[in-house]
Ligand binder design. Structure first.
Ligand code: HAS
Ligand code: CU
Length: 556
């Protein structure tokens, strides 16, 4: 079994120049700092469902919505993309065994920092308490839209860096298959590039000029549609870097092997094709969109469920191989033989297990009639804490347990504390999500400061308490994570030999002939994705009468 500590530089491994590692290190630090900063209001919100208000303890906080905006923006926008801006280029460099472009690395970090400064200015000063969905007619200060646009630009620069590395590699390896880890890393952000254009249009063409007074009014349905055009696919931009770890790293970390090269590439192609043309499933309740269009997006949503099912199969098979190699017997005996003492693995196994529930609740959201029951209730945050709050966040925490040592040259401060963090977070999450999910079925509203709401229901009592208790335990889990990572950075033992990224081998090498090399034609697959997007959004956009009716409202 390849335990985490034994993975010193592989003979085929590649060690990124120290100066480039330093930039990546600061990029991920921003992400983990955002994670920590964002969870404080998460705690406040969870407790509010249990009838407890702690908002008075937050210095400078003016409204509940200011805190909730900070929570959403820091945790799902800044944390996720800062991590991926470092992780995906690192994986690409490792896979292609070549350095990154230093200028682009720095400019991506600079755009991220500048974007963060603007967003922090806007949110901390209560100038942008519009929640992370940024719907018009709620209007934020211009620094908020520009700051988030810069964060998006930082992701494009990270992609440019990967594409340059890939082009260089292809020139030197004509006719060869792209190494799998590089392929899935680049494709993840390629999907995001296509997905992010509508939100860039929303912010730069509509909301920014509107908040600067250059446009008097905007059309709320149009900007909302542009938001969800990006806003659904964004969830896969968060998820795919976690899948990169599950497919390409976790098998090695558990002593197993990735089962199939082509299978993995097909999964990423399906995400490239199907992640974007599904945004109307967030707008089932919106007027102004025909049922036919909603049905098309509904069907495609069931389609994009499939590559995740395929992932469950592939990852489970890789885990089973690892568990059996470690001596596991019988139908389920291999599970016990997985490295349950390795916090990096355990955090990610727990992420996978909770994601099964996240996926199941997603399917319910996607079903038009059931969506009418759960839409705008706490069911929805119940769902997304079991997806982005677990599959993604816990995986990124698990990756930190080797990535921070890799980037700093210091050993993980304490395995035990790290294990305790992962388990605490997961137990808290399951209690929290049980509260939110069951409350949602009883109509408990999301995005509401329940501790001071003038209405309530007996049916929300137990769910509210579970939400508060679970949320507090999750908070403790993140604080333990903060402790481990903080102590690793300042007090971890200096390591001797350079470590390697734990890259897995694949059972079969990629085929050089036949149909499989066509999987590497990313340009063609990208064009197919654009065609599907045009089918899914074209008719609505062409048929829609844009009526700019709304001035900006500032209710905070
Ligand atoms: Fe979602 C709302 C549908 C996945 C995030 N979603 C949200 C919102 C967020 C979000 C943030 O159709 C709220 C937005 C807002 O503020 O309004 N979602 C889906 C569907 C999926 C899905 C069908 N969502 C995600 C992911 C997210 C995310 C991933 C973040 C990362 N979602 C919806 C819909 C709504 C929605 C509607 C709108 C609701 C409304 O009315 O507002 C699917 O892609 C899910 C597929 C997942 C699976 C699970 C596969 C399981 C795996 C693990 C295997 C386990 C192993 C463990 C290997 C099929 C891969 C073995 C371990 C051992 C120890 C043996
Ligand atoms: Cu969605």
């Amino acid at each position: 079994m390849a335990s985490l500590t034994s993975i010193v530089l592989d003979p085929e491994g590649y060690d990124l120049p120290a100066a480039q590692r330093r930039v990546l290190r600061w990029t991920v630090y921003i992400g983990y700092a955002a994670l920590i900063a964002g969870v404080f209001h998460g705690l406040a919100n969870a407790l509010s469902y249990a009838g407890i208000s702690i908002l008075g303890w937050f210095p400078g906080l003016r409204t509940y919505y200011q805190g909730l905006t900070a929570h959403g923006v820091a945790n799902v926008l800044i944390f996720t993309f800062s991590f991926s801006n470092a992780f995906l280029p690192l994986m690409t460099a490792r896979a292609l065994a070549r350095p990154l472009h230093s200028g682009l690395l720095w400019s991506s970090l600079a755009a991220l920092v500048a974007g963060n400064i603007l967003v922090i200015y806007a949110v901390v000063g209560n100038r942008a308490s519009v929640l992370y969905t940024s719907y018009a007619p709620l209007q934020a200060h211009w620094t908020y839209y520009l700051g988030l646009a810069l964060v998006v630009v930082s992701t494009w620069l990270a992609l440019a860096n990967m594409l340059i590395a890939l082009r260089g590699w292809r020139r030197e390896h004509p006719g060869q298959r792209i190494p799998l880890l590089g392929y899935i890393s680049v494709t993840s952000y390629l999907m995001w590039l296509l997905a992010s254009i509508p939100i860039a249009v929303e912010f730069l063409v509509f909301l920014l000029p509107w908040t600067l007074g250059l446009r008097a009014e905007v059309d709320p349905l149009l900007t909302r549609t542009l938001f969800w055009f990006t806003g659904h696919a964004i969830v896969y931009a968060w998820l795919l870097p976690a899948y990169v770890s599950w497919y390409a790293l976790i098998p090695r970390q558990v002593g197993g092997v990735l089962i199939s090269d082509s299978y993995t590439r097909i999964v990423w192609i399906l995400f490239l094709l199907l992640s974007i043309p599904t945004g109307f499933h967030h707008q089932y309740a919106d007027p102004g969109i025909s049922n036919v269009m909603k049905a098309i997006h509904g069907v495609l949503t069931f389609g994009v469920f499939f590559p995740s099912l395929a992932t469950a199969f592939s990852v489970m098979a890789a885990l089973e191989i690892g568990g059996r190699r470690a001596g596991g017997r019988g139908l389920l005996g291999w599970i016990r033989k997985l490295p349950w003492g390795d916090p990096s693995v355990v955090a990610q196994l727990l992420a996978m297990i909770t994601f099964v529930l996240g996926g199941a609740t997603g399917l319910i959201n996607a079903s038009f009639t059931m969506n009418q029951v759960v839409h705008n209730t706490t069911w929805v945050p119940g769902h997304f804490h079991m997806t982005v709050g677990s599959a993604v966040a816990l995986t990124f925490m698990g990756v930190a347990y080797w990535l921070i040592p890799y980037l700093t040259g210091r050993s993980l401060f304490s395995r035990r504390l790290a294990l305790a963090s992962a388990w605490t977070y997961t137990i808290g999450l399951l209690i929290f999500a049980r509260g939110m999910i069951s409350g949602g079925l009883e109509g408990m509203p999301r995005r509401t400061f329940m501790a001071e709401a003038t209405y309530s229901s007996e049916a929300w009592r137990l769910p509210g308490i579970l939400t508060g208790v679970g949320g507090s335990i999750m908070f403790a889990g993140v604080m333990l994570f903060f402790l481990v990572i903080g102590l690793t950075i300042v007090a971890g033992r200096q390591q001797g030999a350079p470590r390697d990224v734990p890259v897995s081998r694949t059972l079969t090498a990629p085929a050089q002939t036949g149909w499989e090399p066509a999987l590497d034609r990313l340009g063609v697959w990208g064009a197919a994705a654009i065609a599907l997007i045009l089918i899914a959004y074209g008719p609505w956009l062409i048929g829609y009468d844009v009526v700019p009716v709304s001035p900006g409202f500032r209710l905070y």
